[in-house]
Design a protein around this ligand. Structure first.
Ligand SMILES: Nc1ncnc2c1ncn2[C@@H]1O[C@H](COP(=O)(O)OP(=O)(O)OP(=O)(O)O)[C@@H](O)[C@H]1O
Length: 363
């Protein structure tokens, strides 16, 4: 059952239209991520749901209550939407202790002192910060400060949390640790989390479902991490989720030929009616060999990246990135030099229609 429903939302700033007819629903108890390039409108959407912005058109409901609907004159302010919110720039207050930081929303809501104390202590325990309540933020690490912000969002006992890039200011190790903690917390407390990020790895790691937004603020695909990564709906999603190769393929009678050349691609498109296709694959989907069956190519660039060898291979005018573990390359005699010829085959290949690629190539 949906806990958040966004229906046909539009939002502009001056002449800049950020959202146009955007529809989305988030199910109770899931961790849902909005993932998209910088500036695509993720934060604006979160702020619309939280109530810090009002839509120009459309309707937003939380828990079956309409919280924003300009046509019907409905707008419910943030503090009455029952949400916990952690924004990227929603820093902890430096002059307040951990206790006072976390208790602030309850103080504003004029909750009785004993209830406030009990709930602050509970929230601090949830994020593993018990015993540090008298400290000032300056006496905490970055990760601990982030946990204070999380505890402050949790203190309202909300079953719905909105998190906007809460890990951006942390170093790589801490970011990795915290993303598992957030996921763990979400499961343990059985809360719904709407998470906003432009980091693909975080999104894949924590989400039950995610929506991929493009630069125009449109949702390109919604699905679980496996569907988004393995079954992207279009080249934009495929490209956004990691390094992607795209190769033009054209039909010649019953056969399909690669690039501008005459080599046959040993895979068939799903439906045989179009004359032009684009085959998409990741560097790790390519197998490379000195000879054998497959497409013949030339190694244009060989880069040693530590754990991986990265090769750029030209096949009939198309340039393809491939990668192979350095250990495997050494043990199987697959250390190629620039200028050498090779043969490539595919572990996996996706087919896209030829027109859908132009917008990705443009970028
Ligand atoms: N208050 C505002 N006034 C004018 N323009 C705004 C305002 N808030 C956001 N925008 C514009 O709306 C667009 C979307 O911004 P938003 O912050 O939602 O992007 P984002 O996807 O969250 O990006 P990032 O990942 O970099 O945080 C941007 O072009 C931004 O400049």
């Amino acid at each position: 059952m949906a806990i958040i429903r966004v229906e046909g939302i539009a939002k502009s700033y001056g002449t800049h239209q950020v959202h146009k007819d955007l529809t989305l629903s988030i199910e109770r108890g899931e961790c849902f991520t909005l993932l998209g390039p910088s500036g695509c409108g993720k934060t604006v959407l979160l702020r619309l749901i939280a109530g810090f912005e009002t839509p120009d058109a459309g309707r937003i409901s939380i828990d079956d209550t309409v919280v924003a609907d300009p046509a019907a004159g409905i707008y419910i302010p943030p503090d009455r939407r029952g949400l916990g919110v952690v924004f990227q720039d929603y820093a902890v207050w430096p002059h307040l202790t951990v206790f006072d930081n976390v208790g602030y929303p309850l103080k504003i809501a004029k909750r009785p002192k004993n209830e406030l104390k009990e709930r602050v202590m509970e929230s601090l325990e949830m994020v593993g910060m018990s015993g540090l309540e008298r400290r000032l933020p300056s006496e905490l690490s970055g990760g601990q400060q982030q946990r204070v912000a999380l505890a402050r969002a949790l203190v309202a006992n909300s079953s719905l949390m909105l998190l906007d890039e809460p890990l951006t200011n942390l170093d790589a190790n801490l970011r990795e640790e915290m993303r598992f903690e957030i996921k763990e917390l979400q499961r343990r407390l059985n809360i719904t989390v709407l998470y906003v990020t432009h980091d693909q790895e975080i999104a894949l790691a924590i989400s039950d479902r995610l929506a991929i937004m493009d630069d125009e603020g449109r949702i390109r695909q919604t699905g679980n991490p496996w569907q988004i990564f393995e079954r992207p709906s279009d080249p934009f999603v495929f490209n956004f989720m990691g390094i992607a190769n795209f190769v033009p393929v054209r039909r010649a009678g019953e056969a399909y030929l690669v690039g501008r050349g005459e080599q046959l691609i040993p895979w068939e498109p799903p439906k045989g009616d179009a004359a032009e296709w684009v085959a998409g694959f990741r560097p790790s989907d390519v197998q490379i060999a000195p000879q054998g069956i497959g497409l013949r190519g030339t190694v244009k660039r060989a880069s040693f990246l530590g754990a991986m060898m990265d090769y750029l291979i030209e096949v009939d005018g198309a340039h393809l990135r491939t990668s192979i573990e350095t250990h495997e390359a050494i043990s199987k005699g697959l250390m190629f030099k620039e200028g050498e010829t090779c043969v490539i085959s595919f572990r996996d290949l996706l087919w896209f229609n030829a027109q859908s690629l132009t917008e990705v190539v443009k970028q």
